[in-house]
Design a protein around this ligand. Structure first.
Ligand SMILES: Cc1cc2nc3c(=O)[nH]c(=O)nc-3n(C[C@H](O)[C@H](O)[C@H](O)COP(=O)(O)O)c2cc1C
Length: 390
């Protein structure tokens, strides 16, 4: 295995480079009989595609998906589903300069050391262009998870550089180019990004992704813990440098009385666990935050070396995302969907006959209020039984 496949029962293998003729993937293990059309997948791809605002790369790709196999008369057949997206707007000459040098912060140097050959055009395989096919594959997972279990997976940008973007309302997220859940902050974000673009620099971001409706019991207790596999999947996204589940690093300063989520017959009283206990879903919302680093390809000169080891100053021109986090929200949602789909199938395979006499603790209401508290999933209902309308 050379690391191009994710999942055990719902397996996605991707292929393709940024400036090759196409990118694509094979999705193996989708249950048969689910209605599936290219439109189901296109919706999600359109949320990720480049060139949709002045705050992202101006590369123009329609990201039109073709389903090549695994669907017959509009339904999945249980056989591998091959998805193809043709690259349309490669501009490889922009990259001739980095053929001989290594961009600081990018994958150029390590690909060269590892393989001794690299397709430098547009970053080749290291480009986040590859993430389009993850979003396409995950659209299938999302449809099945929703139809079968009512699972809903959503995300938003929680921070852009120094600007915190507290959660306000889900319906704002798809109405601005940042995936911000607070429409009032959009002008601030625009101003910040306009200044940044002019300066030639780039910036990091934090994305929050949430899965609602996941039943208790998905996951594994040891190496393949649900939280471990979510972290693995999130860290597999280009430029992701950190993953937190629930309280995450805030747990360091919490006391046991603050962190552990008390249980009542009506539901959990808080969600510091982020919906996962012992590597297994608890039935609460799964709350994941990811840290996305600033774009490495910037116009400002940075010291590096060339292929002969001589010092150079690298300036990267061409079309780049000044904040790669801006387009990362649909990708984070996709990776969470792929992991949950895989674990749903694995749980069914082993535990479909398990009968548990204890009633399932109802999933508490109030996710939106918790998110609105500014620390996703952390605020205890007991402390704040009637949160303000945010
Ligand atoms: C949606 C998205 C878009 C990206 N666009 C760019 C880009 O335009 N320029 C760039 O240098 N890096 C971009 N990246 C990040 C690089 O792909 C990534 O930093 C590089 O592969 C090195 O890998 P690493 O950051 O994971 O170590 C993007 C990442 C994502 C998630």
């Amino acid at each position: 295995m050379s690391g191009n496949t994710i999942g055990k029962l719902f397996c996605v293998t991707s292929f393709g480079e940024s400036h090759g003729p196409a990118i694509g993937c094979v999705v193996d293990g989708c249950p048969p009989g689910m209605e599936l059309s290219a439109e189901d997948i296109q919706r999600d791809l359109d949320r990720r595609k480049p060139g949709t605002s002045r705050y992202v790369t101006q590369r123009r790709e329609s990201d039109t998906v073709e389903i090549l196999s695994g669907v017959f008369e509009g339904k999945t057949t249980g056989t591998p589903i091959a998805l193809l997206i043709r690259n349309e707007d490669q501009r490889s000459k922009d990259y001739s300069k980095i053929m001989e040098t290594f961009r600081p912060g990018h994958a150029d140097y390590v690909y060269w050391q590892k393989y001794g050959i690299r397709d430098y055009r547009g970053g080749g395989r290291s480009s986040a262009r590859e993430t389009a096919v993850r979003v396409a594959a995950a659209a299938i997972a999302r449809k099945w998870l929703h139809a079968r279990y009512g699972v809903v997976i959503r995300g938003f940008m929680a921070q852009l550089g120094p600007v915190e973007i507290p959660f306000k309302q889900w319906d704002a997220v798809d109405k601005n180019p940042f995936f911000a859940a607070d429409p009032d902050l959009v002008p601030t974000l625009e101003e910040f990004m306009d200044k940044l673009r002019k300066s030639g620099d780039s910036i990091g971001a934090k994305i929050c992704v949430v899965a609602e409706g996941v039943p208790a019991g998905w996951g594994e207790p040891v190496y393949d813990r649900l939280d471990a596999e979510i972290a693995y999947a999130m860290m597999s996204i280009n430029a992701v440098k950190g993953v937190e589940i629930g309280a995450g690093f805030a747990a360091v300063v919490q006391k046991g009385t603050e962190h552990s989520d008390e249980v009542t017959p009506e539901g959990f009283l808080s969600n510091n666990a982020g919906g996962i206990l012992g590597g297994i879903s608890s039935g609460q919302d799964i709350v994941v935050n990811i840290a996305v680093k600033p774009t490495s390809s910037i116009r400002l000169g940075r010291r590096s070396i060339d292929k002969t080891g001589e010092p150079v100053v690298v300036e990267t021109h061409g079309r780049h995302d000044p904040c790669v986090g801006i387009r990362a929200t649909p990708i984070g949602e996709a990776m969470l969907a792929l992991v949950l789909m895989d674990h749903a199938l694995r749980h069914r395979a082993q535990n479909a006959d398990v009968v548990c006499a204890t009633p399932k603790i109802p999933a508490k209401a109030g996710l939106e209020e918790n998110l609105a508290s500014g620390v996703p999933g952390l605020q205890s209902f007991a402390e704040n039984p009637e949160p303000d309308e945010a």
